[in-house]
Write a protein of this length. Sequence first.
Length: 380
Amino acid sequence: MSVLRPREAIEEIEASTLAPYAQRSAAGRGRLHPQDAHHWRTEYQRDVSRIIHSAAFRRLEYKTQVFLNGTGDHYRTRLTHTMEVASISRTLARALGLNEDLAEAVALAHDLGHSPFGHSGEETLDRLLKDHGGFDHNDQSLRVVTLLESPYDEFDGLNLTFEVLEGVQKHASERSAPGIGSYACASLEGQIADLADEIAYYSHDLQDGLEAGLILAGSLHQVELCAMLAAEHGLDLDTAEARSTRHNLARILSNRLIHGVLTESAGRIAASGVQSADDVRRHPDLLIGYSPSLEEQTKELRSFLYANLYFHPQVAGANQRACDMMAAVFGAYLQDPRRIGREATRRVPNCGLYRAAGDYIAGMTDRYLLREHGRIFSHA
Ligand code: MG
């Protein structure tokens, strides 16, 4: 007997080990453009590969998470953030008996549409496109995988499965998601990737903020969740500037959030009585989530991070200068559309110059945009 496991064997293992409400790859709705099944991989494994091998994924390495890309080699980038989200997604999915490959695929794709320069870049693009549909990174992630990435001759997009698109869709508007259909909720795997994103950035943005010296550990006394965890684990926040403490705090925080999500979600799933992945979709409420008390605590942490990190003058100032360059480059494209790339030019007849220029800029890495600004505006 062969020791190799063809796809059918892997699907059988899935069917016998996953919880009934997990999304089985063999029970998926397929792809917009039908393709033959792969010999060794399930459909979600294929989607993971398609995403990882896309140019948009590789560019995440040079896109800002919080700190402008290149300002410090130890800070998270959009790529390392994405890998942390995928890792947390797999942990949550495995513990709940869900499909890890699907959760991982959604996590890997979730930020593909992020513009350069993080949230400031997103706000800038939204402003530049305000009379042309605006800009939202969730919408854009869907646009990247369904249109902008085009490795195939026969069609645009990565032709991902319905279930991965459904997970990426998240809050994306109908405008960007024709044909996906509307359900009350995404699969549990999609819900997991959404929450894993939050867990990752709460803990790693806090750690990066402490590393950068923009957040002082002593100020975390005012954040109930941090103060509580520090007390439980014997961390003295007032003398907590040591590197090990920063690591410990991030680790303890993500552990707590993961643990909290698992226990709360397990309870909600059991109480809901869902028996299939489609029961989950029809269920009126999300089944993956924090307990009400943990939800309150994470909201407080979020507000703290907004007030003390994301809008810290040192972060916001650098990002603002970069965003001014983004706006200038955008203006230059409107003035002379020949400057936008060949692929973007091809899309102008369908989506107009504003959207094509927005897509082109959204796809850029931080450093590419800075160089493009130099090319256009240095008249030396
Ligand atoms: Mg994210």
